[in-house]
Design a protein around this ligand. Sequence first.
Ligand SMILES: Nc1ncnc2c1ncn2[C@@H]1O[C@H](COP(=O)(O)OP(=O)(O)OP(=O)(O)O)[C@@H](O)[C@H]1O
Ligand SMILES: [Mg+2]
Length: 386
Amino acid sequence: MKIQAGPPVRGENFLYRENIIHKAWELIESGNHILIAAPRRAGKTSVMYYLQDNPKDGFDFLFLDTESINNENEFFRRIVNKVLKAGAIKSSQKISAFLKKHIPSIQKIGLEGIEFGVKEDLNYLELLGEILKSISDDKNKIVIMLDEFPQTLENIINDEGEAAGKHFLFSNRELRQDVEVSKNVHFIYTGSIGLENIVSKMNAIKSINDLSRLIVIPLSTVEAKNLIRLLLENVDFDLSESLIDHILQKIEWLIPYYVQLIVQEVKELHREEKVTDVTEKVIDRAFEKMLTQRHHFEHWHTRLRAMLKGDEYNFSKEILNILSENETIHSNEIFNIAVKYKLENIFKDIIGSLVYDGYINNNEDRMVYRYNSPILRMWWRQNVAN
Ligand SMILES: Nc1ncnc2c1ncn2[C@@H]1O[C@H](COP(=O)(O)OP(=O)(O)OP(=O)(O)O)[C@@H](O)[C@H]1O
Ligand SMILES: [Mg+2]
């Protein structure tokens, strides 16, 4: 397995995550539409790639990154173009006939399937509905995976307002709730920002309450050790069991990204400084070095900055600053800070975003929050708080 710290991993670089893949199939096979809920960098896109690359018989997985889309009709147009390339659809005479009859302006029909031009003035939601309904008696099921869906929602809200955002959410719901469509089509939504928080802020939870949650939890200690062992196969140093324990203790919150980052950092130290023996000291230095690389963690902060305006951002920053110094913060103190910024009505959603984003949790005690991992905590202290 090659070290890859950043982009989604695929093929032999993917550490197989039994619980998550098993649960995903359970949900798909019992006919659910899914929301993959997990903090930033937890491995969501990689899980979707795995499903796409390893489908069970009779399933066709389509993957679409919707991050740059900022308009509802464009969103459904892109899905239509994806769907028309799916095996089950490409070969369906019925659908070809349907399209030829109903849509006079197809851009091209080739080996890749049919594609519609950008300027089409069509209602693509309606068209997609018709196409998906017409496969309902075929044997193949289609799973449409939409990555960065919450970003699309935010783009729509920013460009066209909240009402357009709500409309978008309910259009999606209507489509997947259609009896004919949902017989053979499943939707999986995810993204690196929390859909539930945005939707709850808009008072539109009803638009997604039909989605089953698939939670991408951090690795177990056994899985994390396994990941390190596999990554070590491609480097020219080894790590003893106790050094691996030391690494895992320092990471604490075992998302695969952190494990990859640290192994990469040790590899670089080993190469640059010609360290012969990797010791605890070397590992500690690797952690320090990792924290000075701004780009490893910058996206957490950038996201927060983009999502929260003015005092909402100041409020979050103050909470995270306090936590980076004090380790824990009590809900009462959070409330007092919210009052200071006049955010009593929405501070719970903001805290929810910090939880979703993978900054903090209140797992041990509902009233007390702490950072998930000392890594992000130290990074915040060095790069943002001070
Ligand atoms: N199953 C896995 N095996 C090995 N490494 C993984 C795995 N899943 C995730 N990673 C590590 O985490 C990084 C991020 O993975 P991925 O892009 O899938 O996460 P994500 O949750 O989609 O992130 P984002 O929230 O930014 O969209 C990868 O570059 C890799 O280092
Ligand atoms: Mg992703």
